[in-house]
Design a protein around this ligand. Structure first.
Ligand SMILES: NC(=O)c1ccc[n+]([C@@H]2O[C@H](COP(=O)([O-])OP(=O)(O)OC[C@H]3O[C@@H](n4cnc5c(N)ncnc54)[C@H](OP(=O)(O)O)[C@@H]3O)[C@@H](O)[C@H]2O)c1
Length: 244
């Protein structure tokens, strides 16, 4: 795959907000065509206005609730019928429900599992053929909780550990075909999700002290641009400033 992202087709989940949105926007700025998946139609459409470069038909919004397997397969089928090739698949959609072992309802586990684990699995499976044919690249936006889960985030951390397992296993299966697989373990990043986490923890939300979504996106695009002889497998990004 070329070190340049111009004219590639990228599928990005979570493109309506936060980290996924920043990645989608930078891909558009670099000339890629972006199939932007989310549930918020208006937010997806507004991506065109946010991009720094003219988008001219390169932003294709796709509505899908990734909590539903069939919706994942349907949206993948629609994208594959709209585009012969898929070069990049970015799994950035995610759900979080916090709570300790004493009180967290078990149902929350299933909701997070659906979006954080099952949807990336079903979508990867659906795009495996076109991604292998290029060969392309798959990015999993994981979390520091996917390496070490903290108190009060056991369910979320378990889903992100499972996502690490999917990425590691996929990498072993597809590297020989030239497909690269990147896991990005991000710490606290200034997004609506992190604002909700701060509210849950009763902390003041100071987004300027956190990682900025654009900086995560810059790192991801640097990895995507790497010449094809090398692969960044795991990228760990944390805020420079300690929490207060
Ligand atoms: N922010 C952080 O501090 C942080 C830290 C570690 C890891 N992460 C991970 O980074 C990724 C992006 O999170 P973020 O912080 O950017 O959060 P965010 O701003 O809340 O965005 C979450 C995205 O996920 C999508 N999504 C959630 N449930 C969905 C569903 N059922 N169907 C379709 N789309 C769904 C949302 O789409 P709609 O709004 O259109 O529904 C939205 O685009 C997640 O995987 C998260 O776990 C974030």
């Amino acid at each position: 795959m070329a070190a340049d992202l111009l004219s590639l087709v990228a599928v990005v989940t979570g493109a309506s907000s936060g980290i996924g949105r920043a990645i989608a926007r930078k891909l558009l700025d670099d000339g890629a065509t972006v199939c932007a998946i989310g549930r918020d139609q208006q937010a997806l459409a507004e991506l065109a206005g946010d991009a720094g470069a003219p988008v001219e038909g390169r932003l294709l919004p796709y509505l899908a609730d990734l909590a539903d397997d069939e919706a994942c397969r349907l949206v993948a089928g629609q994208i594959k019928s709209d585009h012969v090739a898929v070069d990049v698949l970015v799994h950035a959609a995610g759900a979080i429900e916090l709570g300790g072992h004493a009180t967290a309802p078990a149902d929350g586990f299933d909701r997070q599992y659906q979006v954080n684990v099952r949807a990336p699995f079903v979508l990867t499976q659906a795009f495996l053929e076109p991604i292998s044919a290029r060969p392309g690249q798959v990015v999993f936006v994981n979390s520091s909780a996917g390496v070490r889960a903290a108190a009060g985030a056991g369910q979320y951390g378990a889903t992100k550990h499972a996502l690490k397992a999917l990425a590691d296993s996929l990498r072993d299966e597809v590297n020989a075909q030239g497909v690269r697989v990147l896991s990005v373990y991000v710490g606290r990043t200034a997004t609506p999700m992190q604002a909700r986490v701060h509210a849950h923890e009763g902390r003041d939300y100071e987004p300027e002290r956190l990682i900025q979504p654009d900086d995560v996106a810059s790192m991801v695009l640097a990895c995507l641009r790497l010449p094809a002889t090398a692969e960044v497998t795991d990228l760990s990004i944390r805020p420079l400033l300690p929490p207060r």
